[in-house]
Design a protein around this ligand. Structure first.
Ligand code: UDP
Ligand code: MG
Length: 168
């Protein structure tokens, strides 16, 4: 089996419930390597691209609010890229079923997830489902130089007049 990478997000409910350490301890059982990590304030655009495949679902707007932290009075998500053999399946097994009530109670979602009264699955973490999803998601959440491995092909471009924030 070839090396794979997968995107993990600790969603806002995972953060406000102080589960970061616990989640990382559980994920470490997969014996994979972290090649990228950061705290992100997701824009609406990022959130909508990430969940593009669900845009026709009745819960889509609620889901976007959830991942943007609007249900938890925060605007933080912590993002990781894990790499290793069979990474996607290994992580999904530890994360558990999408529906926290169907998830095995020993999984992260089974232990800590819940379904809100509006029907959104607050399931604490995101984990990529396929290599194609992983590539799309990693490229959305990370820039090439934020990863310590060269995972996907890159190119150098020259940019002029770019506005960016620097320390004042
Ligand atoms: N979701 C939901 N209700 C559903 C299906 C999905 O609230 O019936 C939410 C849930 O938070 C889930 C996310 O939408 O994690 C993305 O859905 P997907 O089917 O990709 O599940 P996942 O890959 O996260 O297990
Ligand atoms: Mg998914």
């Amino acid at each position: 089996m070839a090396k794979e990478q997968t995107l993990i997000l600790i969603k806002p409910d995972g953060l406000v419930k102080s589960l970061t350490g616990n989640i990382l301890t559980r994920l470490s059982e997969a014996k994979l390597v972290i090649v990228g990590a950061k705290v992100v304030r997701p824009s609406r655009e990022l959130a909508e691209k990430h969940y593009e495949h669900l845009k026709d679902k009745p819960f889509f707007n609620d889901l976007i609010d959830y991942i943007m932290g609007k249900h938890h009075n925060t605007h933080r998500v912590v993002a990781f890229v894990y790499q290793g053999e069979n990474a996607i399946q290994k992580i999904r097994d530890i994360v558990g079923d999408t529906n926290p009530e169907k998830a095995n109670p020993v999984t992260i979602r089974g232990a800590y997830g819940r379904i809100t009264t509006t029907g959104v699955f607050e399931n604490v973490v995101h984990a990529s489902q396929t290599p194609e999803d992983a590539e799309k998601e990693i490229k959305l959440w990370f820039k090439p130089d934020e990863l310590v491995e060269d995972i996907y092909p890159t190119k150098e471009i020259e940019v002029e007049k770019v506005k960016m924030l620097v320390w004042a």
